[in-house]
Design a protein around this ligand. Sequence first.
Ligand SMILES: Nc1ncnc2c1ncn2[C@@H]1O[C@H](COP(=O)(O)OP(=O)(O)OP(=O)(O)O)[C@@H](O)[C@H]1O
Ligand SMILES: [Mg+2]
Length: 262
Amino acid sequence: MGNQVFSVKSIAKSFGSEKDGNYMEVIHDVSMDIAEKEFIVILGNSGCGKSTFLKILGGIEPATAGSMVLNGRDIGTAIPPEELRRFGFVFQSNNLLPWRTAEGNLKLMLQIMKLKGEQWNKRIDEMLDIVGLLDYKSVYPHELSGGMKQRVGIARALVHDPDILILDQPLGALDAITRKMLSYEILNIWKKTQKTIIMVTNNVDEAILLASRIFVFSNKPAVITHEIKVDIPVEERNHQIGQNTRYNQLREEINEIVRAAM
Ligand SMILES: Nc1ncnc2c1ncn2[C@@H]1O[C@H](COP(=O)(O)OP(=O)(O)OP(=O)(O)O)[C@@H](O)[C@H]1O
Ligand SMILES: [Mg+2]
């Protein structure tokens, strides 16, 4: 495994206040060390705090307590503005701007990140190509299928060349067949781009196909209940993975863990 790029130590997050009677602890204590090029998958029941956790990692919200270390630098409870470029975020709900084309949505990300110039414009095409949508560059979101919209969302999260890609149930809203197909595409994107990826899913098969390590969250307030290393070589992760003995062992083991947590 490569160098450690990102550590979170005893992260906690609560909303509201005791005084107002609406205090709620969502994340109790979560720590993890993430190495370069790792694919981390988080599994947990609905409402357990997964999106909340990803928002802290991606710099969208600060933690209430704990600290984070990014490339050896202690950054405390929030990602500082100058580090936001290191992150690409694919949200649980597709949030493409409907009045912008696929290309326009990627361009906006570059504008937000203040990245100008020919090499960045070229990167728009490269990323649309990576997700197989170069021909749909000038198309508006309402003309795209659900799976295509998610692929534009992934291209947008990659366009500013982040180190760490954060995916919040990117395939959650898709039908089973499209979902399966796109999970192999995410695997290929990971192989091609060599990014560090942190993804939430509620699908055990998807988790094993993609993850180097899987973290299982408890119900709210979240702690990590299990950490599972997925020791299946990358070469064996393909459409035949269903016949892999180790895959089937892990599948049984993790399904049991998930069932018990319900
Ligand atoms: N901004 C907020 N203010 C108050 N409570 C919030 C806020 N964001 C999230 N919560 C609460 O935190 C809890 C966890 O929400 P979160 O979205 O992290 O769950 P999740 O694990 O991503 O669920 P799902 O799998 O359904 O997406 C929920 O009870 C939610 O109501
Ligand atoms: Mg969520």
